[in-house]
Design a binder for this molecule. Structure first.
Ligand code: IPE
Ligand code: IPE
Ligand code: MG
Length: 232
């Protein structure tokens, strides 16, 4: 089977899943966060090398204060647990998104696990927190133009390579496969540049119920796709 090297997941449906069980939305986030560990292990077993998940968008700040607070504390708790897990599993962790708006405690923890895991060669796991693709593109544009100006060049010297190297995802191959759970079929501001030639897979399963078998179903569907990249 043709295994995708790089997979991105929009893990959606935590709130509705919890509601369907008569529980508060935040319960869905707790179970959803736990499921990230299962799916990381599954991805690694299957032979996926890069996994990028969407955990919090630049638009998610619109949610009720208690939900945002729960999510932020789950991220911190998750990253602290990763200190041990990434060593045991040879897993590298990176964060994408604008960190400026995150608490100092969370930013320090992100720096710590990124540094701690930077040499690990197993699953290359990336978490998008306070991530919005348009925001990333604007930040990358500023970086790229500043680079050009400081080396005495102009906007005409901008290339796809230079621009890509200024994105948060620099060094992470574009996703071969994008999965979105919970039945929505949209990107919600995720990886607009990077998904240019990715295969899309939508499933009705909500994220807390998404299993290794579901990931395998997505990978088998990917295997059946014919990627042409504009050729014949
Ligand atoms: C995904 O689940 C997690 C985040 C966006 C943080 P949701 O919270 O969006 O759950 P639904 O889509 O409302 O069910
Ligand atoms: C996208 O899910 C963001 C994450 C999964 C983190 P949303 O639930 O926020 O997206 P919309 O609002 O349904 O488009
Ligand atoms: Mg949602």
């Amino acid at each position: 089977m043709n295994i995708p090297e790089s997979v991105a997941i929009i893990m959606d449906g935590n709130g509705r899943w919890a509601r369907s069980k008569g529980m508060p939305r935040t319960y869905g986030h707790t179970v959803g966060a736990k499921n990230v560990e299962n799916i990381c292990r599954a991805a690694d077993d299957i032979g996926i090398h890069y996994l990028t998940i969407y955990a919090f968008s630049t638009e998610n700040w619109k949610r009720p204060e208690n939900e945002v607070k729960t999510l932020m504390s789950l991220f911190l708790k998750y990253l602290k647990k990763c200190e041990k897990d990434c060593v045991e599993n040879n897993m590298r962790i990176r964060l994408i998104g604008d960190r400026e708006a995150l608490s100092e405690e969370l930013r320090d923890e992100i720096d710590y696990v990124e540094e701690l895991s930077s040499k690990y060669t197993g699953l290359q796991f990336t978490i998008a927190i306070n991530y919005g693709s348009r925001d990333e593109i604007i930040r990358a544009s500023k970086k790229a133009f500043n680079k050009l100006i400081s080396s005495g060049k102009t906007g005409d010297d901008l290339t796809e390579e230079l621009f890509s190297s200024c994105l948060d995802t620099a060094g992470i191959p574009d996703p071969d496969l994008l999965i979105r759970t919970s039945g929505e079929e949209r990107l919600s501001n995720f990886l607009l540049w990077q998904l240019a030639y990715s295969e899309f897979y939508f499933t009705k399963k909500p994220w807390p119920a998404f299993t290794k078998e579901d990931l395998l179903d997505a990978v088998s569907e990917y295997d059946r796709r014919n990627r042409r990249f504009g050729g014949v």
